[in-house]
Design a binder for this molecule. Structure first.
Ligand SMILES: NC(=O)c1ccc[n+]([C@@H]2O[C@H](COP(=O)([O-])OP(=O)(O)OC[C@H]3O[C@@H](n4cnc5c(N)ncnc54)[C@H](OP(=O)(O)O)[C@@H]3O)[C@@H](O)[C@H]2O)c1
Length: 311
């Protein structure tokens, strides 16, 4: 098999940047990477990380996942519009009490996280079907499997991504097009940082005092502890993401990147009534917080000893 052309979205930072660079630096030189970002003024970090691969195995192009014209222009600018692998990574986060989030802000979130994927797949899938080959790798999240307190809209956008891909995968298979959902747990990127900064500034006056207290005094400190204890680096996630991208014959449909998170997602499948994960989360957060904190400390030690949570 010759060189495969990989288009990655959201490469100005975090996971997208790490995935693009890792593929471009592949020792066997199997990939030509089209690393895209919505704002080319943010290209410096990628250029630095790409080093010698820049304009050799990695080229940078503009692509805004919320704009069909921008996607079409980018794809049309590629020789024969060829994309063998799409890594749909661009995404935004949102945390906080629902009463403090406007419907238009939630629509914006879906516009990137879900409709961005829809736009890219609509643009690329017909060509892949015609060529009877291709691979669509989608950056989902463990929150696409299991919801989480104060992540209502974000988790919903990733659930939408999961349902979309799960449905499409069967048709895609008929045309020899592979699909893979990558499901990271917490990853230490700008995503997390932006989330906390926005949370600090958030106007909580639209919600009641108790909810505001739970968000500020329980959720935010817990969330920080979780990121510190079991958070992966973007490079660790890139390593896992690139293995399905490498895997030409039989890539997995789902790929959770963090083994420390697996017991939480497994609860969902263990109890069809749905009580188990909801009650477990409730008890962990509101009743057994000391035990939860102790478990996090143990996980932090394990995480350091075993290195990474990479599955
Ligand atoms: N970090 C985590 O804990 C975590 C966990 C699970 C899943 N994920 C998922 O991983 C993906 C990457 O997130 P990250 O952690 O690497 O965060 P990040 O560092 O904030 O990167 C997000 C990337 O998406 C880009 N983006 C946002 N809106 C876009 C648009 N309309 N068009 C094109 N690009 C756009 C951003 O570009 P700008 O620089 O222009 O904003 C940035 O390059 C997301 O889909 C996220 O949901 C993250």
């Amino acid at each position: 098999m010759g060189t495969r052309k990989v288009l990655v979205t959201g490469c100005s930072s975090g996971i997208g940047l790490a995935v693009a660079v890792r593929l471009a630096k592949d020792e066997l030189r199997r990939f030509k990477v089209v690393a895209t970002m919505r704002d080319l003024d943010r290209r410096e970090a990628l250029e630095r990380a790409a080093g010698e691969t820049l304009n050799r195995s990695l080229e940078i192009r503009q692509l805004d996942a919320t704009c069909e014209d921008s996607i079409r222009e980018c794809v049309n600018s590629l020789p024969d519009r060829r994309v063998d692998v799409l890594v749909n990574n661009a995404g935004v986060g949102m945390i906080g009490p629902l009463e403090c989030q406007s419907v238009s802000a939630i629509q914006e979130l879906f516009n990137t996280n879900f409709f961005g994927l829809v736009r890219l797949v609509k643009e690329l899938l017909p060509d892949m079907k015609r060529h009877q080959s291709g691979h669509i790798v989608v950056m989902s999240s463990v929150l696409g499997i299991q919801g989480l307190l104060f992540n209502d809209a974000y988790a919903a956008s990733k659930f939408a991504v999961e349902g979309f891909c799960e449905s499409l995968a069967v048709q895609a298979m008929k045309f020899n097009v592979k699909m893979t959902l990558v499901e990271p747990g917490p990853v230490v990127t700008e995503f997390e940082q932006k989330g906390y900064e926005e949370a600090e500034k958030m106007d909580l006056s639209e919600t009641d005092e108790e909810t505001a207290r739970i968000f500020r005094q329980i959720y935010l400190p817990y969330s920080r502890k979780i990121f510190n204890s079991v958070g992966q680096t973007p490079e660790e996630v890139a390593e896992v993401t690139n293995s399905p991208a490498d895997c030409v014959q039989n890539p997995p449909f789902r790929h959770q990147t963090n083994r420390f998170y697996m017991p939480l997602t497994a609860m969902k499948h263990a109890d069809p009534t749905g009580r188990l994960p909801i009650e477990a989360f409730y008890k962990m957060i509101f009743q057994h917080d000391r035990m939860f904190n102790a478990s996090l400390s143990i996980l932090r030690i394990l995480h350091r000893r075993l290195g990474k949570g990479t599955a």
